[in-house]
Design a binder for this molecule. Structure first.
Ligand SMILES: Nc1ncnc2c1ncn2[C@@H]1O[C@H](COP(=O)(O)OP(=O)(O)O)[C@@H](O)[C@H]1O
Ligand SMILES: [Mg+2]
Length: 238
């Protein structure tokens, strides 16, 4: 059961949105997903409150440095994916979560050249590798990408990151109303009303492509086990 965390030491990078898109898309596909809400601002927990039960998805709200590993261990047998949403910080909880992750996704705004928050997470990952011999795979996902962001600018950002040996997902997460709307009305891209939310189909396509690319980053046997597992049961079934 892979643990995928979303980290960027800066707030507003698009972590929570990307984490929710991935978790809800995987749940929609039939995987059993738990989101660990490790942000003291509790955006995901608030989303869960207004959403009500969502099939295959559970949110754990009160997560501390001490409880995170316990939650992961206790739920491991019943969960296909853990998605961890982190605060815009580089504190003990972020460090612990990163250390327990199979993959760290680092959202970076496609339009912002200021990638300092991402660099702090990359430094943390390097430190873990050098001091503890802990190699954690990670990728940058460009977020909030608008049609105003030229292909040239995106290629430049990718080039900068590639020079540091960082994988950048081919699928950027677009700047989309539908993604904002999730936090206003709750639910998922599959429960929003296409008559009320503009370009919902494009948003769904974007989230599905993003989740597909993340799945491809997971070790093959883990992906297979997730797909072969029977439909959700017990407390994860809504
Ligand atoms: N892809 C997106 N499209 C539209 N709005 C977005 C997108 N990603 C983030 N936002 C908006 O930007 C703000 C910060 O995003 P959020 O995901 O909460 O970032 P973080 O968790 O890194 O602080 C929120 O108001 C959110 O609705
Ligand atoms: Mg957040």
């Amino acid at each position: 059961m892979p643990v995928i965390s979303f980290a960027n030491a800066k707030g507003g990078a698009g972590k929570t949105t990307a984490a929710l898109l991935l978790a809800t898309e995987l749940a929609h596909q039939g995987h059993r997903v738990v989101i660990m809400d490790c942000d003291p601002q509790h955006w995901i927990s608030q989303w869960a409150e207004i959403s009500g039960p969502v099939r295959n998805l559970e949110v754990i709200s009160e997560v501390s440095v001490a409880s995170l590993q316990c939650h992961l261990r206790e739920m491991a047998g019943q969960v296909d994916f853990f998605v961890i949403d982190l605060a815009g910080a580089r504190d003990a909880l972020v460090t612990t979560a990163v250390g327990l992750s199979d993959h760290v996704m680092i959202p970076v705004q496609g339009s912002a050249m200021d990638a300092k928050g991402a660099a702090q997470i990359l430094d943390l990952l390097n430190l873990m590798k050098e001091k503890a011999n802990l190699v954690i795979s990670h990728s940058v996902v460009l977020t909030r990408v608008t049609s105003m962001v030229t292909t040239k600018a995106l290629v430049a950002i990718k080039g900068l990151l590639a020079a540091r040996g960082v994988n950048v997902l081919n699928t950027p997460i677009g700047e989309r109303n539908a993604f904002k709307e999730l936090f206003e009305t709750g639910g998922t891209l599959h429960t929003l009303d296409p008559a009320r939310v503009s370009n919902l189909d494009k948003g769904r396509e974007n989230a599905a492509a993003f989740a597909q690319e993340v799945l491809r980053l997971m070790p093959a046997k883990v992906v297979r086990s997730g797909k072969l597992r029977p439909a959700a049961s017990g407390r994860l079934a809504a």
